[in-house]
Design a binder for this molecule. Sequence first.
Ligand code: NAD
Ligand code: IPM
Ligand code: MN
Length: 354
Amino acid sequence: MKASIVLLPGDGVGPEVVAEARKVLDAVSAKFSHQLSYASHLIGGIAIDETGDPLPPATLTACKAADAVLLGAVGGPKWDDPNAKTRPEKGLLAIRQGLGLYANLRPVKSYPELIASSPLKPERIAGVNLLVLRELTGGLYFGKQGREQTDRGVRAFDTLEYVDFEIRRIVKLGFTLARGRKKKLTSVDKANVIETSRLWRQIATELGKEFPDVALEHQLVDSCAMRLVTAPGSFDVMVTENMFGDILSDEAAVLTGSLGMLPSASLGEGKLGLYEPIHGSAPDIAGKGIANPVGTILSAAMLLRHSLGLEREAAAVEAAVEHALAKGARTKDLGGDKPLSTGAMGDTIVEALS
Ligand code: NAD
Ligand code: IPM
Ligand code: MN
């Protein structure tokens, strides 16, 4: 098949890890005789530097016309001035919203070979296979925010809002995904304190009646954070609002051994999706050629599966990652005495594909 992919390398380690994922996409498409074409566009800090806008209109237009989008990361200390007119992260929020990508899938799998890379006890993380399903275009990230001088001092505010349909569509997807897995859905909220969570819980309970074959449980987000490291094997699909999902998924990365391992897919109503590792621009290691490209490579596998419908090819990439890990390939973040560079890790995965 022919498909067009927009690459958004972004900032920091973004270009380094996207280059490796492209290598792997090229290798898998050659192996299965597909023709992928690529166009790179600006997003984030580099887009601010070149155009003044973290999401230039040309980038959004190109993404809308593509079959899928692969993104590295945005942000970094250069653009962290609190008085700056705009920020790289705004570009990321705008593209998620502009493409209507309300569902963020963050699969978390512990690889037997990497059990020693995690600081957690081996018996707790063995066999972990869960999915954090994060609502991506609502909640605290998109509510009214501001700052003003009052007679009590400087007042800053962010607003957490959800309309019922936004909750229903993501929780429904949670049930549907759980149906194809271990048939267990954990709806994570803070219903003991906040109103949006009470609406969330009510809707999840109502939807549960349409999915009698899926076991629904509700869990408060604070104790969920604890359970994620004490009994991670007890989760299947976890569905939650935007910011809770952001925080819980970085915590879940500890189960796999490194934040550099986790991929994500951001999906909406159609086939078009945005694929990115869950980590950021890692300014502390950017430019050193040591970033772990696996999260981005596994994101490329999700791209093949969800946007291009190429299940066999996606599975081949995932198998190549497992094979490379089984052979002992490790970037610095995963430990080991002879860490591979970003490029050598990508090459090892490409070799494992053939
Ligand atoms: P980060 O994810 O960039 O880094 C956290 C830690 O994990 C760092 O020590 C980093 O070196 C390490 N790490 C991250 N990715 C790695 C990889 N692939 N291989 C090896 N080690 C890796 O989070 P942060 O430091 O809190 O944020 C840095 C910047 O990234 C901020 O500007 C933030 O806004 C941005 N950010 C962007 C995204 C995104 O583009 N999706 C996600 C998170 C953070
Ligand atoms: C992520 C990041 C982003 C988020 C930031 C950079 C806007 O942390 O993709 O997880 O909070 O969604
Ligand atoms: Mn995050």
